[in-house]
Design a protein around this ligand. Structure first.
Ligand code: ZN
Length: 176
């Protein structure tokens, strides 16, 4: 297990559609290695979510790990380490809510993005069991941001007002 290099904005692999993760690979040695690499990379970076394509593995796997409620996004709901394989999103409330987002692939920057406020996600967990979860508020944004990576979409594509794109320091100085 090892911390992996995170691809940055401009790398074409961040813009590719990731493949479905074959369910019969779940539990294999390469699967467990992928999870360890993703967990280690996420923890080392201090982020809250990581999609496999960000470490150049073009499969539909995301990890989210919110164990400390105090983040650069303010105080947020906890969501301890969990793996989301082949996730699908269903919008439960079309009404949108906006948050400032950052991304490990776009270091040092923040941008304001509006997304549907309430969603349901269906996915396979790390044991390959089908699961479903409803999310709203900031957590809904976290899932949508991470799952967008699986379709080659970055949050910068979704910033509706270019004036609300900022370096992190200027965000803290002028936008909080
Ligand atoms: Zn991201």
């Amino acid at each position: 297990m090892a911390e992996q290099k995170i691809l940055k904005l401009g790398n074409p692999n961040l813009r590719k559609e990731a493949l479905e993760y074959p369910p019969d690979w779940i539990g294999s040695d390469s699967f467990e290695k992928l999870l360890l690499d993703m967990r280690e990379t996420l923890r080392a970076s201090g982020g809250i979510g990581l999609a496999a394509p960000q470490i150049n593995i073009l499969y539909r796997v995301v990890v989210i790990d919110i164990v400390n409620p105090n983040t650069r996004y303010g105080t947020i709901e906890l969501s301890p380490f969990e793996v989301y394989i082949n996730p699908k999103i269903y919008i439960l409330e079309k009404e949108t809510e906006g948050f400032w987002e950052g991304c490990l692939s776009v270091p040092g920057m923040m941008g304001y993005v509006e997304r549907p406020k309430k969603i349901r996600i269906d996915y396979l967990n790390r044991k390959g069991e089908p699961k479903s979860k409803v999310a709203q508020g900031f957590l809904s944004t976290v899932f949508q941001h991470e799952f967008d990576h699986l379709d080659g979409i970055l949050y910068v594509d979704r910033i509706s007002d270019p004036k609300l794109f900022s370096f992190e320091d200027e965000y803290k100085e002028f936008h909080v």
